[in-house]
Every structure is written in C-alpha cells, then in structure tokens.
Design a protein. Sequence first.
Length: 178
Amino acid sequence: MYRLLAVFKQNKIPMRKTIITQKKATLPHALSGAASVDLDRLAQVWLTSEAEGYPIESALLPDSEGEWRAGLSGEQIIRLVFDQPLTIRHIGLVFDEQACSRTQEFVLRWSADNGEIHEILRQQYHFSPPNTTSEVEQYTVNLPQLKRLELTINPDMGNENALASLKQLRLWQDDTGF
C-alpha cells in the first residue's frame, strides 16, 4: 500500500489517506441536520484512486465544496477505517452527474473489530441529464462497534471506462436533527 498525507488546501485539515490496490471482486443537495461524525479526526481513508483537484476530503468533510473523483476508470473503493470502534445510526450519500447518462451501482459494507464483513445494501441508480442528475440517499442503520465502512462504486454498469465520483458521504451517531 502506498501511504500519503494530504493537506486539503481549503480547510488546511490533514486527512490520513492510503491508496489501495483495486480488486475486481467479491451529493446539488447537501445533507442537513445534526453534526456528522468528524471523519478527519476519527478515521483513516483508504481509496483506490483520486483525481488531481478532486480530493476525497471534498466528499467527506462538512462545509467542503466540490466532489471526489476517481483518478482511474472502473470500479472504485472508498474505505473508512476508524481508530476506535463507534456506533453509527445514519448514513447519507450524495452522487451528482451533470454530463452523461449512465447507470451506477454502489455497495455499502461494514465490519466490526472481528473483521467479518457485512453488506448493508446494494443499489443501482440511473442518471439521465439534464432531468435526473442527483441521487440523494439517507439510510437508518444500526452498526455497533463499527471499525470499517466501505463504499464500492461501479460508475457505469455498461462502461468499464467510466469514472466514479461522490459529492458527499456523511455518518451520524444519533438521531438528533436527522
């Protein structure tokens, strides 16, 4: 694995990141409500790729503008690895596609300290600009002792050369303001 420490220019907030080997295997709206989990302090981010000028911090940190975009085509993985286990009650995702029509599939998985991986959900969504350009999802979950959360994105079910992107990913520990 290749480790790097990036400083997100806008907020000067260090985000711990690791570029991981890609394996073929096995948000125009903002999410509102209670303060989301402080990911830059509580988790490391492992990801398969990142395009220059579109860092993962854009999708993970509150008050960030822009979005994350993959630096490589095809399926992408964003994995949050928490320093200490925590309980998550809500997950919010926002995807935005203004340019081309495509059918995206994403999968959310989680694991506790024991390492056993559980699939939370698998979902497909069809973007068809200019009318259908955003996918906004808010899920109520019960993930006790969460140690890893993984988002796998297949950006286009019919095009292996498509690039993945993510506008927002937020996590909440309680129901306050959600």
